[in-house]
Design a protein around this ligand. Structure first.
Ligand code: SF4
Ligand code: SF4
Length: 379
């Protein structure tokens, strides 16, 4: 019988440093311990979700306490060659973490936060959707990646969790270009699955202590979920996240394609769910830690011909809208738009709300992700 994918659920009701550390320590033991995953001399890259500069309480980025706990555990186990980096949506690693507390924690631990310095094209002939990537030099130079993802909603993929966190391995502006290359939720998800298969993070840890619901991944609302999830299988981890928010895991393209492309498994029969108190059924976990009113896109899935027809006829398509009252006319959305000639642009000059050209818009929602004023909603 095929071995099940292990997902560890650690109840954790606050970001108290000691509580997070103890919980993570227990979780790692249940996964076999760090020394079973990483050799002492290996160069480790920690990859949190650092979408953009935002107050920690807004749940936009992986919480500094989660990063600090991982760093401390690695240091205590004697690992010395560690860096932290992300290809942020806007800003660089060091700028995004400045003043969040993550910078101070890393300094104390002697773990440098690094700005990716150069993009290198790598070929991936095995890729189902993506046969090449432009990835940072620093990633190529590391031996082991630990993904420290955040539990959040996402306009294009419904959720951003373990699989989606790896998009930060695409170098700089090539992230925006990726949206024009893989414009649909399905093609983008398949590319993400390929990217995870290529980078192959050794361990995924999800900060779901305070998650983001609603207009994620940058403009949603923080919501207490009180858990950390840990796994070697990013699809299984995301699947448990989905179950906790009462969303069918197969409705998330990265889960659906992730299992088909053998990155991991989403079906509950193939997942072993463990807590520090022992094995727990998914139903029990959902009852104890789940939230049925979590605000996430629950519209039915359309795939293949139905999706193409809806697109061609412009029916049932989600669209970004600007709230004129909240918009300050900063132009971040315009700069984020990857479409040549821009699908959102100033019509009445900078300082006024930009206007959408929905005929050009590929619905990547980069503009909504990056708006600093939560002025863009997807409806
Ligand atoms: S990013 Fe947001 S605030 Fe800035 S111009 Fe666009 S909609 Fe307005
Ligand atoms: S307008 Fe927004 S959603 Fe449309 S293509 Fe540009 S960034 Fe993507």
């Amino acid at each position: 019988m095929q071995e099940k994918s292990k997902v560890i659920l650690i109840p954790c009701d606050s970001y108290d440093g000691e509580q997070v550390y103890q919980g993570m320590k227990k979780g790692l033991e249940l996964l076999g311990g760090l020394d079973s995953m990483i050799a002492p001399e290996e160069k480790i890259l920690l990859k949190p979700n650092l979408l953009k500069k935002a107050e920690v309480e807004k749940a936009v980025i992986t919480h500094p306490a989660v990063v600090a706990a991982m760093g401390r555990l690695l240091r205590e186990e004697g690992f010395s060659n560690i860096i932290l980096a992300d290809s942020c949506g806007t800003g660089s690693t060091r700028k995004v973490i400045r003043g969040t507390g993550m910078d101070e924690a890393l300094e104390k631990l002697g773990i440098p936060a690094v700005d990716f310095s150069e993009g290198i094209q790598v070929e991936y002939p095995e890729g189902v959707q993506a046969k090449d990537f432009i990835i940072p030099k620093e990633l190529l130079e590391s031996d082991c990646v630990i993904s420290l993802c955040k539990m959040k909603t996402h306009a294009l993929e419904r959720i951003t969790g373990a699989v989606k966190n790896s998009y930060g391995f695409i170098y700089g502006l090539h992230k925006a270009k990726g949206h024009t290359r893989y414009p649909s939720a399905d093609s983008f998800a398949r590319m993400l699955v390929d990217l995870n298969r290529y980078v192959h993070p050794r361990l995924y840890i999800m900060d779901g202590i305070v998650a983001m619901e609603g207009n994620g991944p940058g403009s949603g609302d923080p919501i207490h979920m009180g858990v950390m999830l840990m796994s070697h299988d990013p699809v299984a981890l995301d699947s448990v996240f989905c179950s906790l928010i009462h969303l069918k895991p197969q409705m998330v393209p990265t889960n659906y394609h992730g299992e088909k492309m053998e990155l991991g498994v989403w079906q509950k029969e193939k997942i072993e769910l463990l807590t520090p108190e022992g094995e727990i059924s998914l139903e029990e976990a959902v009852k104890t830690y789940g939230n049925s009113s979590f605000h996430v896109d629950r519209r039915p899935v359309r795939r293949g011909i139905w999706e193409r027809m809806a697109k061609a006829l412009n029916l049932f398509q989600k669209k970004p809208y600007i709230d004129q009252q909240k918009c300050i006319g900063c132009g971040v959305c315009v700069n984020s738009c990857p479409v040549p000639g821009k699908a959102v642009n100033f019509k009445n000059g900078k300082g006024t709300p930009p206007v959408y050209d929905y005929k050009k818009c590929i619905r990547c929602f980069c503009c909504q992700e990056m708006c600093p004023k939560k002025a863009i909603k997807v409806k």
